[in-house]
Design a protein around this ligand. Structure first.
Ligand code: 5GP
Length: 125
């Protein structure tokens, strides 16, 4: 999939659209999700032009990978989240319902997040 430089997060990175910034360094930008699904819902994006986790994990440099992952951890620590706990998720592609085609890690926190995906009794099959 080719990177579309007109995607929403590319515009936020260029300063063409506003965001409620949480953190920024050479490799990453973190900001609050516009439609939070949990009391704390932050997105952490790499500054490079990567469509998805798949794209990033294949093409990004070691420095970009380390920089982005460290930024996710730092944002969580800065917000005081490791002790109560938090969840990180990067949706990748259609089945994961990735809506914005610039890699982003969701950071969910601020409540008991429940078990992963679906409770066992609600899974199909
Ligand atoms: P995805 O489904 O791609 O993993 O998640 C995209 C996320 O981006 C959604 O949680 C959505 O609320 C968020 N989002 C979409 N547009 C904007 C925007 O313009 N600003 C911010 N801060 N978040 C956005």
């Amino acid at each position: 999939m080719t990177y579309d430089s007109q995607n929403i997060f590319a515009k936020i990175l260029r300063g063409e659209l506003p965001c409620k910034k949480v953190y920024e360094d050479d490799h990453a930008l973190a900001f609050y999700d516009i439609d939070p699904q949990t009391p704390v819902h932050v997105l952490v994006i790499p500054k490079g032009a990567y469509v998805s986790f798949d794209d990033f994990s294949e093409r990004a440099s070691e420095a970009e990978i380390a920089g982005w992952i460290r930024a996710v951890g730092k944002v969580a620590r800065d917000l005081g989240l490791p002790a109560p706990g938090y969840r990180v998720i990067a949706n990748c592609g259609a089945d994961a319902h990735q809506e914005v085609a610039h890699l982003h890690m969701h950071l969910f926190a601020g409540t008991d997040l429940g078990r992963m995906i679906k409770p066992r009794e609600k899974r199909e099959g």
